[in-house]
Structures are given as structure tokens and as C-alpha cells.
Design a protein around this ligand. Structure first.
Ligand SMILES: CCCCCCCC/C=C\CCCCCCCC(=O)N[C@@H](COP(=O)(O)O)[C@H](O)/C=C/CCCCCCCCCCCCC
Length: 215
């Protein structure tokens, strides 16, 4: 996971989520999906150790998926659709309660997928924010409208306290290494449709297979 220690580039994250989409934008390549997350983890690491409890969980989930990709059945994990078909047809998913497959690909991606909704909301809030907007407020609002609904009280509390340590909007934009505020806003506008497409496709796939509440 050494790549997560390289410098963050929002453009690379954009390219990863853009190149995720395959088969006429009807499927998601797992490898590039994970590359997008690795880029985001790099960004979070650059914000300081207060977010290490979040990045550890994200890194752990990325690692679980990378192990599947490198494993004996790696080809079945090439796209989200092939992963869902393979794991369901081979009974590799704990559907109602945690049992013998506590780290299935389907449940691991579901956790990242829920976090992608938070990202989608947060990026849109950042894009439309003004100079005096507080990143902690934007982040908390995005979190409360998404991930928080899936987290127990103690995680919600810890996350909300950590958000208070987010840097102010200008510093936040600088860490993105994109250029001026206008450049950041433009790039966020460019990135949003790709992140949204990936989110919508995954949501549709999981909904079709009743996988949105995996334990
Ligand atoms: C253009 C860049 C701007 C934004 C950059 C954001 C960078 C964010 C990078 C990574 C996001 C973190 C992804 C977190 C995945 C969380 C998955 C999850 O929900 N895990 C929980 C459930 O897992 P299981 O126990 O069922 O296996 C787990 O309990 C969570 C533990 C950690 C706490 C998660 C708090 C999530 C807060 C997300 C906001 C991060 C704030 C970063 C601020 C920039």
C-alpha cells in the first residue's frame, strides 16, 4: 500500500473514477475503483493523523479487494457485476447476518459505496461553497445525509469531532494541488459526473440483487 503515501492529485482521482466505467458505461472496473480510493486516502493522510482511524478502515477495505483481485479467482473480481454474479452464485456472501463470509467482496464494496455517496455530496458542497463556507460544516452535512445512517453512535461522534479539525476552505483547496480556487471548482465540476455515474451504477446493481443492507 505504499502508493497511498505519494502526493495527492485530484486529477489522478478524477482519471481513476473516469476510467472505472466500462462496457458502454454499464459496469465498473474494480481495479480503477480502488485506485480512486487510494488517491482519496492519500489526500486524507495529508490532513494529519486525526483522520488515521478513517484511512485505516478504508485501506483495510481496499486491501481486502486487492487480495481478491490478486487471488485464484481474480478474473471474477474484474468488474462489480462479475464479482456480484460470482460471489452470489458461489454462496460467498453473508446475506442476513455475519457468518462464514464476513469479508465478502460484495459487503466490502458496499461499505466503500456508501462512503462514495458521502464523497459525492461533499464534493458538490465544496464546488458550490463560498469563501466563508466552513469545510467542517460541509463535511458534517454530507456525512449526516449519507454514511452516518450506517454508523453506530460512537463512530458518528468520533467522526463529527474529527471533522472540526478540517482545514479552512482555502487550505483545503491548496492541498488538492490543482491550482487556483477557480481551477479547483472547475475540476470538481468535471469530476462530479464520473463519481455520480459510478455511484449510480453500483446502487442499481446492488439494488437489483438486494445487496444494499449486507451485514
Ligand atoms: C477531492 C478531495 C476532497 C475529499 C477527499 C476526501 C478523502 C476521503 C478519503 C477517504 C474516505 C474515507 C472512506 C471511509 C470508508 C468508511 C467505510 C465504513 O463506513 N466503515 C465502517 C463500517 O465498516 P464495517 O465495520 O462494517 O466493516 C467502519 O466502522 C468505519 C470506521 C471508520 C470511520 C468512518 C468515518 C467516515 C467518515 C468519512 C469522512 C472522511 C473525512 C475526510 C475529510 C476530508
Amino acid at each position: 500500500m505504499s502508493t497511498t503515501e505519494e502526493k495527492f492529485s485530484l486529477r489522478e482521482v478524477l482519471v481513476s473514477f473516469k476510467s472505472c466505467l466500462v462496457d458502454d458505461d454499464q459496469d465498473v472496473l474494480v481495479e480503477h475503483y480502488l485506485d480512486g480510493w487510494k488517491g482519496l486516502v492519500r489526500f486524507m493522510n495529508s490532513l494529519g493523523t486525526i483522520f488515521s482511524f478513517v484511512s485505516k478502515d478504508a485501506v483495510n477495505k481496499i486491501q481486502i479487494m486487492e487480495n481478491y483481485l490478486k487471488g485464484e479467482h481474480g478474473e471474477r473480481y474484474r468488474t462489480l457485476q462479475s464479482m456480484v454474479e460470482y460471489e452470489l452464485s458461489s454462496n460467498l456472501v453473508d446475506l442476513t447476518k455475519r457468518g462464514s463470509h464476513p469479508e465478502s467482496g460484495c459487503r466490502t464494496i458496499l461499505r466503500l459505496h456508501r462512503a462514495l455517496r458521502w464523497l459525492q455530496l461533499f464534493l458538490e458542497k465544496l464546488r458550490t461553497s463560498t469563501e466563508d463556507s466552513k469545510t467542517s460544516t460541509l463535511c458534517t452535512e454530507a456525512y449526516n445525509a449519507s454514511l452516518a445512517n450506517h454508523h453506530p453512535w460512537i463512530i458518528r461522534k468520533t467522526a463529527t469531532v474529527a471533522f472540526l479539525a478540517l482545514p479552512v476552505r482555502n487550505t483545503f483547496f491548496e492541498v488538492m494541488n490543482v491550482g487556483t480556487t477557480e481551477d479547483v471548482v472547475d475540476m470538481l465540476g468535471e469530476a462530479m459526473p464520473y463519481v455520480s455515474n459510478v455511484y449510480d451504477l453500483t446502487q442499481e446493481l446492488y439494488s437489483q440483487h438486494n445487496l444494499l443492507d449486507l451485514p
